[in-house]
Design a protein around this ligand. Structure first.
Ligand code: SAH
Length: 264
């Protein structure tokens, strides 16, 4: 017997395809998703969509294409997401927290069960995701393919991860109904878009206090993204950090009023 949360769970997991060039791959991804019970498809700046080729490759999954959301930037695609998992066929310069596909399925289901929105992000056929895009993700997921020929077809990569999500979902379905996790609003972890505006604020403060040289930024922001990305900062903690940044910027600009002496 399905419980309500089990139904809702898969709807909280979206598949994000970035700048796809072949519409056939979008159709193939839609089919792979529907086979595994996923329905939320977000397309970031697709090169050719809508398209008859996508519908043909989707087979019976054209409904996923019809309800797909098309957006201009990855940032828009990730609004509201508490967990962002980025896929990559290659190793990158900055080692990032990694998950195996199996762990990725479990983590996605666990978060989705708690009501959080989760994104699985896939890159371009020819160039994958940029380092900047990968750094917007909490974790990287690599399908352990043969290193001599590591890059899967985009729709095939979607199939592998959608399958892992389904396996985790089926395992969760067997468990007795878990008590609903009540999270105070302030204790909720921040979403990807909230983290992005924090990074912009942090960068501005670091420039103002001359810790970061915008001409030679090196990898400072990447390293800080990695640090905060793995800290599951709550909304309350984020407010504290933002408050510290606001005051730091004021201090750097000499805008702090002298504290009035208060007689107690
Ligand atoms: N030439 C690109 C490959 C892109 S394949 C590159 O070297 O990065 C298109 C997309 O499929 C990738 O961006 C990724 O989202 C997914 N993908 C392909 N192979 C993968 C693998 N082994 N592990 C994880 N994702 C993979």
């Amino acid at each position: 017997m399905h419980c309500l949360w089990v139904f809702v769970l898969l709807e909280n997991i979206r598949v994000v395809l970035v700048n796809t060039s072949h519409p056939g791959n979008i159709g193939g991804a839609a089919r792979a998703m529907k086979n595994m019970g996923l329905s939320q498809l977000v397309l970031v700046d697709p090169q050719d969509f809508p398209s008859a080729e996508a519908v043909a490759r989707a087979s019976g999954a054209a409904d996923i294409l019809d309800s797909a959301r098309v957006v201009g930037t990855l940032e828009e695609a990730l609004v509201g997401c508490r967990l962002v998992l980025g896929t990559s066929a290659r190793d990158r310069h900055i080692p990032w927290p990694m998950l195996e596909p199996r762990e990725c399925g479990v983590a996605a289901c666990e978060q989705a069960q708690q009501g959080a929105q989760v994104a699985l992000v896939f890159g371009r056929e020819y160039a994958g995701l940029t380092n900047e895009e990968l750094q917007r993700c909490h974790f990287h997921v690599h399908i352990p393919s043969d290193p001599a020929f590591s890059s899967l077809n985009l729709a095939a990569a979607v199939q592998v991860l959608a399958y892992e999500v389904r396996m985790a979902w089926l395992a969760a379905e067997e468990l007795p109904l878990r008590p609903e996790v009540v999270v105070e609003q302030d204790d909720e972890p921040v979403t990807a878009d909230e983290l992005e505006s924090f990074y912009a604020h942090l960068e501005q403060a670091l420039i103002e206090i001359k810790f970061l040289d915008p001409v030679r930024p090196r990898r400072l922001m990447s390293r800080l993204r990695r640090l905060y990305g793995r800290s599951s900062v709550s909304k309350l903690e984020m407010n504290i950090l933002r408050g510290i940044l606001t005051e730091t910027i004021k201090a750097a600009r000499g805008q702090h009023q002298k504290q009035e002496k208060v007689d107690v």
